[in-house]
Design a protein around this ligand. Structure first.
Ligand SMILES: *Cc1c(COP(=O)(O)O)cnc(C)c1O
Length: 368
């Protein structure tokens, strides 16, 4: 912030200090936008018609998106009140943190993880406790459990983890849940769950019966390709979701977004086909990068993580110059979304040269 941007009114200093949200860079027309984990496929069949049929723009939407909740409740065999819809799952994350944590309270989450977590915690007035990932870039659940104190109100587990792509296994998650207090809210952020092909990975919904302190977050933004319409959902106990409803800004989910989500749920076969294409593309790119000499964690979402460390800026620049817009997290690494096949070909054409130019001491480069 330059001095001319200094606010002229008294604002909360911790809010003024927050970095303003920066969107994944917009792509030039010739470039590929691989910076926001968006789906390269357009909406599923029937979705555009369903949205076009929602023409009552002069009316407020149904405040609780009941039709969509009913559909999801049936899908997951929960009651309708055990489903809560938000304008993106990030909105529900904000609601849950606001509902559970205020000044003096702590929110424990892994780091590096989803870049929205720190600011949502700060906005709630609570304090972030970031627990570094393991050397393999996965959550250190033992250290996360050890970081819990009597001030902790929320713990966030993100699987597959954005941006590193690691999953938490079902066994790891059970051991973690057994080691945390049962009155502590645990949020399982499963924004990328549809892309997971690993059999041992944790899946949240079946665990809701076992853990009354668990809320599972899912979204239509990634696998369903509806990022622009802003629809996410939470599954969890009614009492916790009611608290989220109480902190929510009313009427944030549009009728068009809800209609698109409902129509998408009717297209499971087409969804699974697209997800399968993207997951196979992801696995192919990962194998090829590994063969080129990259040392990167196995990806389980629709993105890859290059732990480029001190070389992050220069590698991101080289990728950008080749027309690939990626998300760089200095000085840790680069997240690249699985996009169009052509974009992935482009990536593999230049990635070999890039890895060969990295110093042999770099941990991103395999010892040959
Ligand atoms: C993209 C993402 C979300 C949610 O996105 P919405 O568009 O708000 O539903 C949540 N968590 C993680 C880790 C994400 O990457």
């Amino acid at each position: 912030m330059s001095s001319s941007d200094q606010p002229s009114v008294r604002l909360r200093p911790e809010i003024v200090a927050l970095p303003a949200y920066r969107q994944g860079k917009a792509a030039e027309t010739s470039a590929f936008k691989l910076s926001s984990n968006e789906n390269p496929f357009g909406p599923l069949p029937g979705v555009i018609d369903a949205v076009a049929a929602e023409t009552a723009f002069n009316r407020y939407p149904d405040a609780t998106a009941l039709a969509l909740r009913e559909k999801l409740a049936t899908l997951y065999a929960r009651s309708v009140d055990e489903v809560h819809i938000g304008s993106g799952s990030v909105a529900i994350l904000a609601q849950l943190i606001l509902a559970a944590a205020g000044p003096g309270d702590e929110v424990v989450y892994p780091w590096r993880s989803f870049e929205a977590y720190p600011s949502l915690v700060t906005v709630a007035g609570a304090t972030s406790v970031q627990v570094p990932n393991r050397a393999d870039h996965g959550h250190d659940l033992t250290a996360m459990a050890a970081a819990i104190t009597d001030r902790t109100r929320v713990v966030i587990v993100c699987t597959p983890n954005n941006p590193t792509g690691n999953i938490v296994t079902a066994d790891e998650f059970d051991a973690f849940m057994a080691s945390v207090p049962s009155d502590l809210l645990v949020i399982l952020d499963e924004a990328y769950c549809e892309f997971v092909t690993e059999p041992g990975a944790v899946t949240g919904p079946p665990l809701l019966t076992r853990y009354p302190n668990l809320v599972v977050l899912r979204t239509f933004s990634k696998a369903y390709g509806l990022a622009g319409l802003r629809v996410g959902y939470a599954l969890g106990p009614v009492g916790i979701l009611d608290a989220a409803r109480s902190t929510a800004i009313p009427l944030s989910v549009t009728g068009q977004g809800a209609a698109a989500a409902i129509a998408s749920l009717d297209e499971q076969a087409a969804l699974m086909e697209r997800v399968g294409v993207l997951a196979a593309r992801r696995d192919d790119v990962w194998r090829e990068l590994t063969a080129q000499g990259w040392q990167i964690p196995q990806p389980h979402g629709n993105f890859l993580w290059l732990p480029t460390g001190a070389h992050t800026a220069s590698v991101a620049e080289q990728l950008g110059a080749a027309g690939l817009i990626v998300r760089a997290f200095h000085p840790e690494g680069i997240r690249i979304s699985i996009g169009e096949a052509e974009a992935m070909e482009k990536l593999l054409q230049i990635s070999k040269e890039i890895v060969n130019a990295l110093p042999t001491t770099s941990s991103t480069r395999q010892l040959s």
